[in-house]
Design a protein around this ligand. Structure first.
Ligand SMILES: Nc1nc2c(ncn2[C@@H]2O[C@H](COP(=O)(O)OP(=O)(O)OP(=O)(O)O)[C@@H](O)[C@H]2O)c(=O)[nH]1
Ligand SMILES: [Mg+2]
Length: 310
């Protein structure tokens, strides 16, 4: 399913990356204006590391600069930065960030939203519902976080505001049953997409992770083994390397198909996008840029990289 990056939200995206840009862009430009020697390369590697690029990417980029300097000693700052950007975009494009394509017979597209407490699952579910609606899709959301009554209310408020269908469970009931009912309802109402919000859970709690496994099996059962078409793991960009640890545990139980990286507006460490993709070999599919309903964009590697180093 193709979801367009809306031009109207581009300036919000640019604003959200302001902190990350101020850490990287200015410092990188000033490093390249000086002499390129061992000391400069150490500083560059340290800067990339501090910006959460991860050890591997930081070393790889520094090595690349060293090699360019050897082959093209007269490169200008702009040429170095262009080369870095090109390399980073290529890295990001290795894992396509578009949603899976499904045929009409496979419809509705079933998307399970999972993640640790407070990462932004419910908000992202609402934002995604809005994005799909704006792209002309008929959406149904499932409030399958039956752990807290307030979570059901939270999604219900969004659904009412967005005027979209919702299927909800009763507090303390089986979340898998809510997912099942939601998929049935989405089929009978000819919806294009069903978004299933789940309860936050610590990645270290095995029984809660098993509950998610069960939800995934229920989605399969309710859709003749078709779904879930996407399992999107919500990670909070401000948690840095801890997000990687969370993702590894969720991977064992739910095999996510992609990441929704939230709160990128709240961190200066934009490099987290690269370490997530490198460590997890999973694409970032959407990026959360604030608390408003239109603060979620399909992830666009070119736009992200050029904004980071502008
Ligand atoms: N700045 C910013 N805040 C965000 C973003 N996404 C979510 N939030 C905020 O993060 C807080 C938690 O969001 P929720 O959507 O309730 O998180 P959750 O994962 O559903 O939480 P639980 O259901 O308790 O596990 C809310 O205050 C959101 O407004 C984002 O991209 N940027
Ligand atoms: Mg929630």
């Amino acid at each position: 399913m193709v979801i367009k990056f809306l031009k109207s939200t581009y300036s919000k995206f640019t604003t959200a990356l302001r902190k990350a840009r101020s850490l990287l862009s200015e410092k990188i430009h000033s490093l390249f204006r000086g002499k390129i020697d061992g000391d400069m390369l150490d500083q560059l590697e340290q800067l990339l590391y501090e910006a959460d690029f991860g050890v591997k990417t930081a070393q790889e980029l520094t090595q690349m600069v060293k090699e360019i300097h050897r082959v093209h000693p007269s490169y200008t700052t702009e040429e170095y930065i262009k080369a870095l950007q090109k390399h980073l975009v290529e890295e990001l494009l290795r894992y396509p960030s578009a949603l899976k394509q499904i045929s009409d017979e496979q419809s509705p597209m079933i998307i399970l939203i999972v993640g640790v407490n407070g990462n932004g699952k419910t908000t992202s579910t609402a934002k995604l519902a809005h994005l799909f609606s704006q792209n002309g899709k008929k959406v149904l959301v499932a409030a399958a976080d039956t752990f807290r009554a307030a979570a059901i209310d939270q999604l219900e408020t969004w659904a009412a505001r967005l005027q979209i269908d919702i299927v909800k469970g009763k507090p303390k009931t089986d979340p898998s049953a809510v997912a099942f009912d939601a998929i049935q309802a989405a089929k009978s109402r000819n919806c294009d997409v069903v978004l299933i919000d789940t309860a936050g859970r610590l990645h270290t709690k095995t029984h809660l992770m098993q509950e998610l496994e069960k939800m995934k099996r229920t989605c399969q059962k309710a859709s003749s083994q078709e779904g879930p078409h996407e399992v999107l793991l919500v990670l909070d960009a401000t948690t840095g390397q801890n997000a990687i640890e969370q993702a590894k545990e969720f991977y064992k139980f739910t095999r996510p198909t992609g990441i929704i990286l939230t709160k990128i507006d709240g961190t200066a460490k934009g490099g987290i996008v690269f370490s997530i993709q490198k460590e997890l070999q999973l694409p970032v599919k959407f990026i959360g840029t604030g608390e408003q309903i239109d603060d979620l964009q399909p992830f666009n590697p070119e736009a992200f990289v050029s904004n980071l180093f502008e």
